[in-house]
Design a protein around this ligand. Structure first.
Ligand code: GDP
Ligand code: GDP
Length: 453
């Protein structure tokens, strides 16, 4: 469970948000390899500066509303305004520090004023980054942006890096003292309910709480405004996270409900197991896939619920066909159990808690070193590791170093020779030995010389 502070970059298109994002996270991405085989855009990543670590989010990549026009939006068009308003509002809700990025070369635009007007309503720290100011001769133009009324303005060049150090100092200084509030240590299994608007989250929540009427008490979560609710089922305590977030709706625009990636991120970082709801009638959308991808990255267990199954027209083939389709679309979550449910009628909701228990057990499962190395020996024998320039990748031994998620270290002669295909093969073989239902597993490859074996 990680509770890093969230730093959001907001601003109209083309001011350089994603360039700044890459600049801030750049050094780190070189070290940390992304989940192999997925091509999702990274909207957020962890960064470190001055010994502080935080998560930075490029709100420009967040699709906030349903059914947004996917045509490219010109920078200052009227059409774009609802979107930037919402992105700013989302940042205000869920970020700890907000950076408004503006184009220092073009000066203040109407859209910049729009964003600033929204951000002025927050009590959270806001910093202005006047970007594209490569030369110190241009720095004076940054003063103009004080007019936005948001506080300190930094002249930077995201492209070249000028001024970004000072900006990062200011960001780090503005971080809350400790974003890592203590979570209550108990045996409760923490469940997040995720999904886009109208998929049935609050209906499910009410059903789960209504049917297991043994609510311990609503407790304030660590996220501002978050209310967690506890319930007991067969002697096991479960905590439903951020139930206030599920119940609160339609805050920004009538008819448009916000779908906050930030909020989802914050919620699932406190969770053991996430229930990802998919609309059985509408099927998987890119937003669903996005949240699904976050689940893979955040080490949380996941169960996919195909909801509204009561109103899906079906015959004997519908379920397997549907499952195949969903599995194709959420291909990076092959390990997630899939349940066809109806929050409305209660159909198969009784499977949810047992499945959560199964996933939680899998997250904490340990393969013995003996079993693990038997699996390793067999898999190498069946399918030899990659070779390159006459050298073969060799495995010495493997050991499980962590749970939640289960993490395995393989000692090899040449870690750099490992490739995605073989890695996936190893993962599949481990899951043959034990399914690790609903949980990602991590494989690490460490170099080791043969003598030290
Ligand atoms: P976003 O839409 O706000 O995410 O903007 P991008 O990061 O995609 O940048 C938009 C354009 O501005 C791209 O062509 C970038 O190369 C350019 N750009 C970004 N940062 C700088 C900068 O510091 N200086 C200059 N001259 N161009 C920049
Ligand atoms: P949320 O926005 O994800 O919290 O979604 P809601 O729980 O508010 O549900 C949106 C709409 O879908 C409501 O009209 C619900 O009655 C309806 N709904 C939710 N779950 C089901 C279901 O399983 N079957 C049917 N037929 N309707 C559902």
């Amino acid at each position: 469970m990680s509770q890093k502070a969230l730093v959001a970059l907001v601003g109209r298109p083309n001011v350089g948000k994603s360039t700044l994002f890459n600049r801030i996270i750049g050094r780190r991405l070189a070290v940390v390899s992304d989940v192999a085989g997925t091509t999702r855009d990274r909207l957020y990543a962890d960064a470190e500066w001055g010994g502080m670590s935080f998560t930075v989010i490029d709100t420009g990549g967040i699709e906030v509303t349903e059914g947004r026009n996917t045509a490219p939006l010109s920078e200052d068009s009227e059409q774009f305004l609802p979107l930037i308003r919402q992105q700013a509002a989302v940042a205000m809700d869920d970020a700890d520090v907000i950076v408004q990025v503006v184009d220092g070369q073009t000066g203040i635009t109407a859209a910049d004023r729009e964003v600033a007007a929204i951000l002025r309503q927050t009590k959270k720290p806001v910093i202005v980054a006047a970007n594209k100011l490569e030369s110190s001769k241009l720095w004076d133009t940054a003063y103009e942006f004080y007019e936005l009324g948001l506080g300190e303005v930094f002249a930077i060049s995201s492209l070249h890096g000028a001024g970004t150090g000072d900006l990062l100092d200011a960001i780090v200084e503005a971080l809350p003292p400790s974003a890592a509030q203590e979570e209550e240590e108990d045996d409760s299994i923490r469940i997040a309910i995720l999904g886009r608007p109208n998929v049935g989250k609050s209906t499910l929540l009410n059903k789960l709480i209504g049917e297991e009427r043994v609510i311990v008490s609503p407790i304030a979560g660590t996220t501002r405004d978050a209310i967690d609710e506890k319930l007991r089922w067969h002697g096991q305590e479960f905590t439903l996270i951020d139930t206030a977030g599920i119940r609160r709706r339609g805050k920004i625009d009538v008819g448009i409900e916000k779908y906050s990636v930030l909020r989802a991120l914050k919620t699932l970082r406190r969770a053991d197991v996430a229930l990802l709801l998919i609309d059985g009638v509408e099927a998987v959308t890119s937003q669903d896939a996005h949240i699904g991808g976050m689940l893979t990255d955040e080490n949380v267990g996941v169960i996919v619920l195909i909801n509204k199954w009561d109103i899906v027209e079906k015959d004997a083939f519908t379920m397997p066909e549907y499952e195949k389709k969903v599995r194709g679309e959420l291909s990076f979550l092959p390990y997630a159990p899939l349940l066809f449910v109806s929050a409305e009628t209660g159909q198969r909701l009784n499977k949810i808690f047992p499945t959560v228990l199964e996933v939680q057990a899998a997250r904490h499962h340990r393969l013995s070193t003996g079993v693990l190395n038997d699996v390793l020996r067999d898999l190498v024998a069946r399918h030899p590791p990659p070779t390159k320039a006459g050298i073969q990748l060799k495995f010495y031994y493997a050991t499980q170093v962590a749970v939640a998620p289960p993490t395995f270290v393989f000692f090899v002669n040449r870690p750099e020779m490992m490739h995605f295909g073989y890695q996936r093969y190893i993962e599949n073989q481990l899951r043959e030995a034990y399914p690790f239902t609903g949980t990602p597993i991590r494989l690490l490859f460490r170099g080791r010389s043969e003598e030290k074996k």
